[in-house]
Structures are given as C-alpha cells and as structure tokens.
Design a protein around this ligand. Structure first.
Ligand code: AHM
Ligand code: MG
Length: 335
C-alpha cells in the first residue's frame, strides 16, 4: 500500500517486487527519469528570467549560448537515460529517428525502450503556463545482443510496462504507473525530494469539464461538433464547463483530479489529428486506464492501435469513462 508522504525513492524500492520482470532495472530507469526531471524543472523555473539571462538562440551575458528549453530538456533526458546501463533505445518527439544505445562493452544487451516527449506544450513557456514531460517504457521485442530496430519502437500501447508524466506547474509533480495503479509525487524544491502526495489516483467516472480547442470547431468532424453541442446543452448536470490550457499534461492532470474529457480530434486541416500516438497519446492513455478512465481515437481503444510510424498522429479522446463513451456514441452516430 502506498503511504502518503513517502519519498519517491522509498516508494520505488518498496514497490520493486510488483514489476512483472523484477530485476531492479525498471526501478533504476524510473529513478533516472526522476533525476532528469529535477534538472529540467530547475531550468524551466528560470524561464521567466530570460530578459536577464538572455533568450533562446542568443548569447547570454556570460557569453554562453542560450538553448531553447525543449532542446535542452531533450538533451537532459537522453543523456541521463543513456548513462545508466538499462536502456537500449530512445525515440523522442524532438528527434527524427530513434537512437540506438549499445550499452556496456557495446553488447546491446540492455532491455528497455523509452519513448519521450521531453517538453510538451513548450509554446506555453514564454507566458508562464504549465508544461510537461511525457514518457513511455517498453521491453524490447528483438533479440538481446543485437541493435534495436524499428520493430522495438512500433509496439502497441497495451505492451507498455510503465508510463508517466511530469507536470511543471504551480508545483512540480511526477505521476506514473507500472501497471499497478497511478501514484503522484510532488517535488519539494527546497530539498529536491519528491513526496507521495497523490496515492492511488482514480479518475472520476464522470465529470463536468470538457477540454478542446474550440477555435478549430469549424474544422471538426460532425460527431465532435454534435458532442460539443451536447456538452453545452442545459439538461441534468449540463452545460459542462470548458477548460483548455493547451498543455496536454496539465489538461489531463486537472481532468483526472476533477473529472472531465480531453479531445483533440482529427480536423479538416489535420486529418490524422495533432497529437503523437507514441510520445503523447499512448502514455497518457496508459495512465488514464490505470486510473479507471478511457482513451480512444473516437472509435477504438488507443492502446490497441498498432503503430506504423514513429511520429504517427492520432485523434485523441481521453478522460472520465462515461464521458468518453458518450463522445464515442456521437462519433458513431455521425458516421
Ligand atoms: P507540442 O508537442 O508541439 O507541444 O504540441 C502538443 C500540444 C499539447 O500539449 C496540447 O494539448 C496541444 O498541443 C495544443 O494544441 P493547440 O494549440 O492546437 O490547441
Ligand atoms: Mg508534444
């Protein structure tokens, strides 16, 4: 049983035996993400000082080149994950191709694949709005001792062994699951320690928040248009309230606590949708299901989609179970 106020370090050690293939490696992998998240958090928190320290792409007062934060976060996560002998391959939203990590003595015998969106919603940084990191972990499917191949990365989301996100918000939190429910840890920045603040998180079965970029309404499929009208109708607990931050992690995190649905549909402009299946939708869908919620492309379960490309996009409907089912009903009826 997770104990409130336990540190993330203690929690990882105590719950290690729950992992399906328990050898301590997955624990060490989560630990390295915890470390990278602290480093990125420190840098994200300084973003408001750009006028003093120099903006991205410029040279600062000490003559150092300032990096864009998403590029910086990408480097920190890749470096930290590469340094431990656990990961054999990384794919990142910031990289065109996957990265092969040969590991100790170039033996290619590390077990895990990590897919990561190092800094999601980064256009929100300049305006002091929350951003996040999203990660997804799989075991490799190709033989140990050989370099990873695309096959290792194109696994359906239902084969994830762990997934999570970090939200750099009013406080910084890491929320993750290894298939035994979802737990959230809050960073105490004064001492650099994460404490278990949200044990066993559960998504409310229904809610009254809908989160969608309604500015794109005209381009939405008819089913989504009809569902939005339904959300706005006066009946029972409706109209629902509309909340859209434009940072997936923050919108999802709020909805998981309060109850709600997040939708990023396909549009006439983006027929595949905007969000990426591997770096954004699969890990968030995994957390959602672990917390009792649902994630769909409007017609089928996100986690059952067999990916065909690293940077594949997908329409995304995610949140309180009854709300996602209702939205799916509207999608089906509009076909
Ligand atoms: P990004 O990966 O380029 O940051 O884009 C993903 C973000 C999500 O966090 C957010 O939910 C969505 O894009 C917002 O998009 P829009 O501004 O089109 O509503
Ligand atoms: Mg992103």
């Amino acid at each position: 049983m997770p104990k409130k106020n336990q540190t993330l370090g203690e929690f990882i050690i105590e719950n290690q035996s729950e992992f399906q293939y328990s050898s301590g490696e997955l624990s060490r992998l989560i630990n390295s993400i915890r470390l990278a998240a602290k480093v990125v958090n420190h840098e994200v928190n300084k973003a408001g000082l750009v006028d003093i320290l120099g903006t991205a792409g410029e040279t600062n007062i000490q003559g150092e080149d300032q990096q864009k934060l998403d590029v910086y976060a990408n480097e920190v996560f890749i470096k930290t994950l590469t340094n431990r002998e656990i990961v054999c391959g990384i794919a990142s939203e910031e990289e065109d191709d996957f990265i092969t990590i040969k590991g100790r003595n170039e033996k290619n015998d590390n077990k895990y694949i990590v897919l990561i969106d190092p800094l999601d919603g980064s256009s929100n940084i300049d305006v002091n709005v929350s951003v996040g990191t999203i990660f997804s972990i799989y075991r490799r499917v190709t033989a140990s001792g050989t370099p990873v191949t695309m096959e290792d990365f194109l696994q359906p989301g239902n084969l994830q062994v762990a997934a999570g996100y970090i939200v750099y918000g009013t406080s910084t939190m890491i929320v993750y699951s290894t298939g035994h429910g979802v737990n959230g840890f809050t960073l105490n920045p004064a001492i650099g320690t994460y404490y278990l603040s949200h044990p066993n998180m559960r998504f409310p079965e229904t809610g009254n928040i809908y989160s969608v970029n309604e500015g794109n309404y005209i381009h939405f499929p008819q089913g989504v248009k009809n569902y939005i009208k339904y959300c706005q109708q006066e009946e029972g607990d409706r109209p629902y309230t509309s909340r859209y931050i434009g940072s997936l992690v923050s919108d999802f995190h709020r909805n998981m606590i309060k109850g709600g649905i997040y939708i990023y549909p396909n549009t006439s402009k983006d027929p595949e949708g905007k969000l990426r299946l591997l770096y954004e939708c699969n890990p968030i869908a995994y957390i959602a299901e672990q917390a009792g919620a649902k994630a769909s492309n409007g017609f089928m379960r996100i986690l059952d989609i067999k990916p065909t490309q690293l940077h594949q996009r997908v329409p995304f409907f995610c949140g309180s179970k009854l709300m996602v089912e209702k939205a799916e009903e509207f999608m089906k009826n509009a076909e």
